[in-house]
Design a protein around this ligand. Sequence first.
Ligand SMILES: Nc1ncnc2c1ncn2[C@@H]1O[C@H](COP(=O)(O)OP(=O)(O)OP(=O)(O)O)[C@@H](O)[C@H]1O
Length: 638
Amino acid sequence: MTAVGSPSSEDRMGPRTASARALRSLGIAWRAAPWSLVLYSALTVVGGLLPAGVALVTKWLLDVLAAGGAAPGVPGPLVEAPLLLVVFLGVFTLVTSLSDHMSLYLSSRIRRGVSLLVQQRLYGAVDRIPGLRLFEEPAFLDRLRMAQTSAATAPEEILGSLFASVRGVLTITGLLGILLGISPALTGVTVAAALPMLFVQLVLNRDRARMLWRISPRMRRQMFYQTLMLNPAAIKETRLFGAGGFLLGRMRGELGRVNTAEERLDRRVMLTHGPLALLGALVSVGGLVWMVAGALRGEFTLGDVSAFIAAVGGVQGAMAEVVISLTGAHQALLLMGHYDDVVATPSDLPVPSEPHPVAPLREGIRLEDVWFRYTDDGPWVLRGVTLTVPAEGSLALVGLNGAGKSTLVKLLCRMYDPTRGRVLWDGADIRGMDVAELRSRMSAVFQDFMSYDLPVRENIALGSLEDRGDTGRIREAARAAGAAGFVEEMPHGYDTMLSRTFHQSEEDFPEDGDEDTATGTTLSGGQWQKLAIARSLMRRGRDLLIVDEPTSGLDPEAEREVQDRLRSLREGAATVMISHRLGAVRGADRIVVLQEGVVTEQGDHDELMHRGGEYARLFTLQAEGYTGGTSRADGVTA
Ligand SMILES: Nc1ncnc2c1ncn2[C@@H]1O[C@H](COP(=O)(O)OP(=O)(O)OP(=O)(O)O)[C@@H](O)[C@H]1O
């Protein structure tokens, strides 16, 4: 497997790798549309041999007509009935036309099947990457973009090119057979003239694949600017700050550099092809002069000259087709390397060969001397953190911005592994457990929770997909999160589409296609947050509930209501809560203060207030904001 980030896929591809990738593409086509592939293969063989058939029958017809009867080399029965030759030509023309249309239909069928399968594999592989690290690595993201591009086009390009090459080779073989019968020397010259083209194309292709890899970061950046210019949330800011022109300029800049790189290569292609085309023309004209001179001397028949013209034109045309197809296939095979790399990307988290089962939490989750940094050369974000989240107890994480609270939560969910130290689930290292099984025992409302452009029902049910048909459970979760009120007031309740970007699909709402439902609606920040809380409450049998700033967007009344509900709901589960609103965390069994990645204080609210450290300072500061600066730490706790 190529290491993620190395550009080796696009500049090293030996014949074995190329044939393996080509065979894999054929295998995918076979799985996607087997009968279409068989029929398409048969039509390719027929289509490949037809030009030679047409040239041969035309030669015989001309020879019979010129000789006015028996002509050397023409089969006897055809000399007797020359009109049969005309019938053959008619049949060949009909078959050519029918097979062209049929091939077009079949290749589209194969293309659609292959595209579905390939995209399914690519996104399936991406979905199996358990952690977050790779999705924050520019080199992996570049490769992913190349893989997305090649998944959309490469297998189709490879198959199309392979079949076109087979058809071309059959055409060339048939026509060269005829040409060989007329003049072996001319046959040699015709073949030799086509070889440089093949070589040059292969070199140019490799250069194109390298160029595409080089411009990939720019392509991703220009897509980023484009997305910003179309995203409603971004548009709000860019309109207000008048930043549209700036983004447009950046996008144009990136695209301009991409264009320059492509233009440079296209110019080389054009300049290289000129001399090669001249070589081909010289061979045709020279050969024709030689044939005509020979015919005048009586060495060649009229049929020979016609067959020569058809064969040289046909061979050069088919050679060009083969060269273009092979080079197209070569380029697609090179790009396929990115797809293969992404599909074969190993897990970014170590996977135990025999994972321990994840039993329901009995004692608690313990972080033991955990150190963490996002990159090997980055700063330490967590430094020697040791703490315990008791089963059925609540732990609150408190600290200034950037102290490492959300990072700690990501380690609990095993989005990353600690750089040093361990996370223990009832004493067992979570690295020895199946990550999906571990996560199935957790639920979370993240600080940057998602707002899905989906109906309300699905926005909530995503927390427990097996219950998505259970309207009772969905309503219950919405009620517990304080969302039921506004949802039930919506025109279509739980079936309301929460999007101003997409129309509701008819499948989502089959019995009613009226305008309201079709256009959908969207929610306020606090309402979205309530849906995120409802989603987290959908999960059954959760042992750990993580709530990272769960009420930051809620009004005071809703905040109070949700806090009370969360308090009753978290009974029976361990809870980790992060909030800058210290009033919300004062009831936690244990409060942990993080400062620059280090645990500096631990205890319950009263202990920490009594201690008079960072927690007491922050709590008093916040309380003063409400009481107009008259509170003292002990006064607030009283
Ligand atoms: N994906 C990431 N890659 C690199 N650094 C990161 C990443 N996420 C966070 N950091 C860095 O880690 C540090 C801790 O961030 P974290 O989000 O854990 O802080 P926090 O305590 O949750 O802050 P806040 O209260 O603002 O939410 C910050 O300095 C941040 O820049």
